[in-house]
Design a protein around this ligand. Sequence first.
Ligand code: OAD
Length: 247
Amino acid sequence: MNDTLLDRVADALRQAQRVTVLTGAGVSAASGVPTFRGPGGLWKSFRAEDLATPEAFARDPLLVWEWYDWRRQRLAHCQPNRAHVVLGSWGALFPHYRLLTQNVDGLHERAGFEPIRLHGSIWELSCWSRACGSGTWRNDQVPLAERPPRCPSCGGLARPGVVWFGEGLDPHDVAQATAATACQVFIAAGTSSLVYPAAGLVHDAHRRGAFTVEINPDETPASAIVDVRLQGGAETVLHDLDERLRG
Ligand code: OAD
């Protein structure tokens, strides 16, 4: 890791009141959670785009639930890593701190900080029927007692409380995320920056004058526009950055 780059980011953070971090699957990689587009991202030869859609669920709800149940079972054995811990601790460091996540795994929450969950939570369920109006409910059963699980209100099919491809994000979350791009430092950590609208946030922050940073071992479409690329795993880069910030 380039010390000069780390120092530049630490300096920017030291002067900042408004700091926003967007996380993606890479932040949970060191916890043993496979990323979507990296090694281990396939399940039984399916890609996320094959299963995380309303059409896939309508066609084969059991298959989609098998995938989610498998992911929930894996997650039950995972612990937050240093990236989650550092990002959680920053809530006490910056007066206006926002943590936005595309991750549905609940690891930021388990590290003690409530992020804005742009893609929902794998630990929440909702009714597949829009007419039911049962809202979302928490379900921590691992493995699921009933597959596919049922809606406690109407007895119909329940679905994972996540945002699928082709679905809109919660407008309240989008409004909060957009407002959070009016910051002094914006960090995109562990995301391939391919899936919109989340991928657009770093561009918004850049346009609005934020100092932008990417933390990722690999190059992404965001790499070309950020002020600083910190190349490496989020768990080590954020640890090193945090030490400089507090040292
Ligand atoms: P991806 O799997 O697309 O990208 C993960 C990124 O993390 C890649 O750019 C990796 O290079 C990087 N990475 C891997 N290990 C890392 C580490 N230790 N530290 C930091 N970065 C690391 O995951 P997302 O960008 O989160 O949506 O994907 C976005 C959305 O697409 C997901 O929320 C999900 C997915 O399909 C839905 O399911 C709707």
